[in-house]
Design a protein around this ligand. Sequence first.
Ligand code: ADP
Length: 292
Amino acid sequence: MSPKENGATSQDRHAGDVKRPSGREKVPVMATAAAPATQEDAQLKMRARELTVRYSEKVAIQNVTIDVYAKQVLALIGPSGCGKSTFLRSLNRMNDTVPGVSVSGYVELDSEPIYGPMVDPVLVRRRVGMVFQKSNPFPKSIFENVAYGLRIAGVRERGVLAERVERALRHAALWEEVKDRLEESGLGLSGGQQQRLCIARALAVEPEVLLMDEPASALDPIATAKIEDLVSELRDDLTIVIVTHNMQQAARVSQRTGFFYMGRLVEVADTTTIFTRPRERETEDYITGRFG
Ligand code: ADP
């Protein structure tokens, strides 16, 4: 039996016996990334249980329970302000840096808690990397942007740095475009290249999980398509959780999708299910464009 996620087992949702009140409009059918036939073979990478995050008195997310499977893409969708980024940041303790934040419940990475007095958040963030909506290259060379995390991790030898930088740039599908100008500033790259540079920087320290917060929302369609292709390729090697306001994008790149609304995870299931026969009325209203 799959673990419970916000009240229903994923088996419940895969059973195809979702009852829908009559008269409800059909939800749009979208092309979705191939989803595994069952989650039973999928390996659990992270899990959150009853996770509540407050900023001072304000509750941003409440009682979120969700599983993240290894080598899959989990997309998080929902209207602005519903807590998607807050939840994403709680997966690598990025919220710790926000003044007045409090977190209850728990999050595990490979069955180990990531919150707790004995856990070093820096090590958590090395294993669970993050890419933001707005690309933020440092005012340094392309090489140094990618080498940054490696240097902090204590890698000094030039040959090792060069090899790891090349590997990360190849992994981020940027190597061919920059290999002859590694000493030029990262700020001279196009918007799409800068975002892939930030992805390379995150990949250089070889994280196991990559959190992506609307990574393509500031990019043109061609640059967006490159990021989406990249996400699909990266899934071979790592686990990805991506926040997106673009439902077609969620459908294209993810195997599972979670819908957030007003700080709650309304439902999570395989992406095809969410976009064709969601269990909850709120999800259906959102994906059919009735609100949000
Ligand atoms: P989403 O990613 O879905 O747009 P967020 O996680 O950014 O939602 O925000 C959830 C709620 O938490 C919103 O009401 C937002 O205003 C609030 N919030 C987010 N970040 C902070 C912060 N640093 N301090 C105070 N409130 C915040």
